[in-house]
Ligand binder design. Structure first.
Ligand code: NAP
Length: 292
């Protein structure tokens, strides 16, 4: 009972600004073509459903073709328009081929939601054989960057558009231990895209970086670390992305993120101490598990 009252309130406090008004979203997106990467699960899937409901034609991209085809069938059953484009973003040779197919079939892509991603939480130094950094950079940075570099000239030629990056609050300070590959690759892409944004704004392309807090998805469920932490639902995260469409802003973030960044800047000794305690606790837990 308490959870049913407290949890929606905590999620509201946690959330960046969102748009829950389908009429407003319809006015912004109706009849437009939107490409969404990582649409086979989680935030991307919920966003594809919501944007299609608002009258957008959605192009859904991810590796798992069956999930994309099921999603397209669901959207079509409810009167929407959707097309599936299976792609592995970590295969650089496949990206220009997909861009060619996309721009031939959909000459005016108005919005690109760069959402696909992978997360991994593992010690950087004691798991060198896992190639975590290389694999994370391919999916979270170089793959999405190559896709955007392919699409941008066409968006500019068509008069502009919007790119929405599903970034994470964790690219902002302080950097947590054991997340080096995830945070490093997401932060690299975030900064790269903000630099591109400064270039393409004069060509009519707006970039919105959305610093998403915890969302209850397949990704955040892995490892069970956040089982009891307050988290947005995928639909609530999709409504945050809807907010970025209805009111385009360069930075979309929860109110508390600036306070966290300021605290990390003003009190570096305290944050270093807290992060060292966190890592020490993890090591102790690992040692106990090993001994059990
Ligand atoms: N969940 C959170 O708490 C949270 C918080 C902040 C930010 N985010 C960000 O939100 C985005 C979506 O995450 P989510 O929580 O919705 O995770 P998710 O449910 O695991 O979905 C990730 C999506 O990315 C796709 N993907 C993964 N690797 C890919 C590849 N190599 N090529 C193409 N697509 C690939 C997956 O599809 P396939 O497996 O079918 O390829 C899936 O559709 C990510 O960028 C993540 O960093 C998540």
């Amino acid at each position: 009972m308490i959870d049913r009252v407290v949890s929606p309130f905590a999620r509201l406090l946690l959330s960046p600004p969102a748009c829950r008004n389908l009429t407003a979203l319809r006015a912004a997106l109706g009849g437009q073509t939107v490409l969404i990467t990582g649409a086979s699960f989680g935030i991307g899937e919920a966003t594809a459903r919501l944007f299609a409901q608002a009258g957008a034609e959605v192009l859904v991209v991810a590796r798992t073709g069956e999930r994309l085809h099921e999603l397209v069938a669901d959207i079509e059953r409810t009167g929407g328009r959707a097309f599936a484009y299976p792609l592995d973003l970590s295969c650089p040779d496949d990206i220009p081929l997909l861009v060619d197919r996309l721009v031939r079939r959909h000459p005016r892509i108005a919005v690109v939601v760069s959402n696909a991603g992978r997360s991994i939480r593992r010690p950087a130094v004691r798991a060198l054989d896992r190639r975590d950094l290389e694999r994370s950079v391919a999916v979270n940075f170089t793959g999405p960057a190559a896709l955007l570099l392919g699409l941008l000239p066409h968006m500019i030629a068509a008069g502009g558009g919007q790119i929405i990056n599903v970034s994470t609050v964790s690219v902002k300070p302080p950097a947590a231990p054991r997340w080096a590959s995830y945070q490093g690759s997401k932060a690299g892409f975030d900064l790269w895209l903000r630099s591109v944004a400064a270039e393409v704004q004069l060509d009519g392309v707006r970039v919105s970086s959305v610093y998403m807090p915890l969302v209850r998805t397949r990704m955040s469920a892995a490892g069970g670390l956040y089982r009891h932490a307050p988290a947005l639902t995928p639909l609530e995260a999709a409504q945050v992305l809807a907010g970025a469409v209805v009111r385009p802003r360069a930075r979309v973030a929860p109110w508390w993120l600036s306070a966290q960044e300021a605290a990390a800047f003003l009190l570096p000794g305290v944050t270093d101490w807290a992060l060292a305690r966190l890592e020490a606790r993890e090591r102790l837990r690992g040692a106990r598990r090993g001994a059990a």
